[in-house]
Design a protein around this ligand. Structure first.
Ligand SMILES: [Zn+2]
Ligand SMILES: [Zn+2]
Length: 256
């Protein structure tokens, strides 16, 4: 039995004190690989450093929509260099966050388009962050022909129709720990209807810890609670969810 945490943030300060133990606990819980996402300049080198010091960790680099307004020419030349590293398996997370709006919307949209093009140039799949911007996200993915290199809609929060359209474009839908929450009925119904072959599981640690750790710091070992909930919802075994989501992650991150 093997699990993969397809999206976490191990370089964040929340893990500075006990990173080694966190990675060990993940391994002991069957989490064979962890993908850590460096979302801004200060985090890229740290993400790479962690990936290079731990065989089970891989990196994903890009500029989060929150930080879109900080992007300049140097940002892209730095990313171009760092992303040639073999430990970097995807470009992201990129996209739109119209909930927090930490960067102006028009800037987010422009930088999202540019980063899809950069990912294509690098030949990397993309990791998409979409919060309350479903329509715009889908439009941009289509108009930039993002399906050519594919990728993942991480922490999916859209409706069934959106999930279906993304899957038809060849994207994977990644499920966070929120699926275990009491009020996640609508989300659970969507997941019930989607094919396991298009699903990944993630923690987004240190955020969004699943039940029974809701409200606490999240960590990659907890991805098993998400797998367990997906198994319940889809009425298949835990082992089946582990097996198929692992295959999916290895495929999209091209480790197989
Ligand atoms: Zn995100
Ligand atoms: Zn994230």
């Amino acid at each position: 039995m093997m699990l993969i945490d397809s999206h976490s943030h191990l370089e964040m300060p929340e893990f500075r004190r006990d990173l080694k133990e966190v990675i060990q606990r993940a391994k002991a819980s069957g989490v064979e690989y962890i993908f850590t996402v460096g979302t801004e300049k200060e985090d890229w080198n740290r993400a790479l450093e962690i990936a290079h010091s731990h065989p089970s960790v891989y990196a994903i680099l890009g500029v989060h929509p929150h930080n879109a307004r900080e992007i300049d020419e140097e940002t892209y030349s730095t990313l171009r260099k760092l992303c040639t590293d073999d430990k970097v398996r995807a470009y992201g997370e990129i996209g739109l966050d119209f909930y927090r709006n930490r960067s102006p919307r028009d800037v987010q949209i422009e930088r999202f388009r540019e980063q899809i093009q950069l990912a294509k140039e690098l030949g990397l799949p993309i990791v998409v962050h979409d919060r309350e911007a479903h329509k715009e996200t889908l439009e941009i993915l289509k108009s930039e022909r993002a399906e050519e290199d594919g990728g993942i809609i991480h922490c999916f929060s859209g409706d069934y129709e959106m999930a279906k359209e993304c899957i038809e474009m060849g994207f994977y839908i990644s499920i966070p720990g929120t699926i275990t929450f009491k009020n996640a009925g609508g989300f659970q119904e969507i997941i019930e209807r989607l094919p396991l072959q298009s699903l990944l599981i993630e923690t987004d640690a240190p955020f969004l810890a699943p039940v029974p750790f809701r409200g606490k710091r999240n960590e990659p070992s907890y991805v098993r609670y998400t797998a367990q909930k997906v198994a319940e919802i889809k009425n298949v075994s835990f082992e089946k969810v582990a097996e198929v989501t692992t295959e999916n992650a290895l495929r999209v991150y091209r480790l197989k």
